[in-house]
Write a protein that binds this ligand. Structure first.
Ligand code: AMP
Length: 326
């Protein structure tokens, strides 16, 4: 099994200025798995209650997602999250979180999910992330996500978890909060110094940036005129990003692959926000993804034939030209 994801499987209630739902399939692991399934086989490790039906499982199965390690806790309720968005969708308020069976989640990995060579630790308690990571010592690429809750309440454990992965995928604000550095590049460098070889900063409608030891790369978000619901965009991004890397089984993942992966994450996330919850990604077609990646490539390529820079008066008087480095 090439990809294992561990994280929340949920029911979400969402209200945005453009749409709302009182109950729909959600959760970080679900959004991730649907996106990653366009690139490779993926298995979810999670837990649900009695209220989680076959319909929900069937939706995941229809994309080939392995749901064998989604534990059903009898007598329990599935994790429930209710959120509301402001008018420009950039601010979100959590109205209600009912942890249900997720409160006592102890990830149990079968031999199949332990054999994955790529692992994504979605946003769960960092101690649990470490326990899962330890069960896949031979995985060739491991990435994690987290949230402000853990930065505030379990920072030492989170830093230890970060030191044990290859890649960290966080919102830009979370990177700043974790390091207390206002500059995003400085924050990313500090996280790289903990051990990972790549840090991805998600920047919502402004795109995403990749920081590695070798360099920096950034892509804007795909320009959409209509955004309906950003819930799960971050996890969908991670699914596209990790899915691409998993599908290219090089032992050593290089800078070029990470950049291409960033484009895949960006494209997948752009579909996620077009409709409520998982609605858009679950009916997405491969050709649509390819088109959007090609468009991103066009939008971000430019050339500079010549650079007609004028020297300042002082430089001219002193005979110092721009080309001469003045
Ligand atoms: P995102 O919009 O990428 O931050 O992901 C939103 C998804 O994360 C929703 O589908 C929620 O069900 C899920 N979620 C919300 N809060 C939590 C939490 N505390 N732990 C794990 N998953 C959560």
């Amino acid at each position: 099994m090439p990809i294992t994801v561990v994280g929340s499987v949920a029911f979400d209630a969402v209200r945005t200025p453009f749409a709302s739902s009182e109950r729909m399939l959600g959760g970080a692991a679900v959004h991730f798995a649907l996106a990653a399934s366009f690139f490779d086989r993926v298995a979810v490790v999670g837990c649900v209650g009695d209220d989680f039906g076959d319909r929900e499982l069937e939706l995941l199965r229809s994309r080939g997602v392995d749901v064998g390690d989604i534990e059903r806790v009898s007598g329990g309720e599935t994790f429930f999250w209710r959120g509301e968005y402001g008018f420009d969708l950039s601010s979100r308020t959590t109205i209600e979180t009912r942890l249900g069976v997720f409160a006592d989640f102890q990830p149990r990995l079968s031999e199949r999910t332990r054999a994955a060579d790529v692992l994504f630790l979605a946003n769960i308690q960092p101690g649990l992330q470490r326990a899962v990571r330890a069960q896949l010592p031979a995985a060739r690429f491991v990435a994690l996500d987290s949230m402000n809750l853990w930065i505030g309440t379990a920072q030492e454990e989170l830093r230890a978890a970060i030191a044990e992965v290859d890649c960290v995928i966080l919102n830009d604000s979370e990177l700043r909060e974790l390091t207390r550095r206002p500059s995003l590049p400085a924050a990313a460098q500090e996280v790289l110094a903990l051990g990972p070889r790549a840090v991805v900063a998600k920047q919502g409608e402004y795109g995403a940036a990749l920081f590695t030891e070798e360099g920096f790369f950034s892509l804007p978000a795909y320009p959409l005129e209509s955004v309906v619901d950003p819930t799960g965009a971050g996890d969908t991004f991670a699914g596209g990003f990790i899915g691409y890397l998993a599908a290219h089984p090089a032992q050593e993942i290089d800078e070029a692959q990470l950049r291409a992966a960033l484009a895949c994450g960006t494209a997948l996330a752009s579909f996620n926000v077009e409709r409520l919850g998982t609605e858009r990604v679950q009916c997405l077609r491969g050709e649509e993804i390819a088109e959007r990646i090609a468009a991103l490539q066009r939008f971000t390529s430019f050339s500079v034939a010549s650079l007609p820079l004028r020297a300042s008066r002082r430089q001219q008087a002193g005979g110092v030209g721009v080309a001469a480095g003045g």
